[in-house]
Design a protein around this ligand. Sequence first.
Ligand SMILES: Cc1cc2nc3c(=O)[nH]c(=O)nc-3n(C[C@H](O)[C@H](O)[C@H](O)COP(=O)(O)O)c2cc1C
Length: 184
Amino acid sequence: MKKNVGSQLALYPTPAVVIGAMNGEKPTWTLAAHIGIIGHDRVLVSLAAAHFINGAVKESKRLSINMVDEGILPQADYSGSVSGTKTDKSALFAYEVGKAGTPLIKKSPLVMECQVVDIYQSPGFESFICTLSNTYVEEEHLDEAGTINYHTLKPILFEFPTYEYLKTGEVIGKCLSFKNEEPV
Ligand SMILES: Cc1cc2nc3c(=O)[nH]c(=O)nc-3n(C[C@H](O)[C@H](O)[C@H](O)COP(=O)(O)O)c2cc1C
């Protein structure tokens, strides 16, 4: 028997990423896990409207998504614990500016430069709808065909109910490899 636990936000785990934006000459960084995929050419980043980074994102109309692995987790976690309104987070990560003008964390294994094309407003939140300008991946996580290897990349996942970080698990099968099996 399943118990109805009310209208609980339970769609976890999701990848934890550091959102970056240029705030004038300097970058600012904010940890986010409320992110999503829209179609095949857009992603969504949902940020509380009061966050410091939102102003920089709206001003530049750009943001970067920096995948978090175990190596940068301590700094990534810190970026989610203090606000740029009180603390300058610009020196938190070594970074370079990508072709599309967003700050990219050097030690992140996979980074994406995004263009903000729309903002979906909901009470207290601004969800940035973005197209993808460039994706950069550490070569050690690319196979010979150029496919990203998430087994070696090992993105960190997040879940809200216990407020914990998780590692990705084991492979249990190829997608669409179950289609000839009888449904249970
Ligand atoms: C694991 C984790 C995940 C978070 N995910 C989000 C998120 O998806 N959206 C959001 O608005 N804030 C999220 N936060 C909170 C912000 O990262 C945090 O409030 C941050 O200090 C805001 O920084 P800023 O004001 O400099 O932008 C998360 C924090 C943690 C620790």
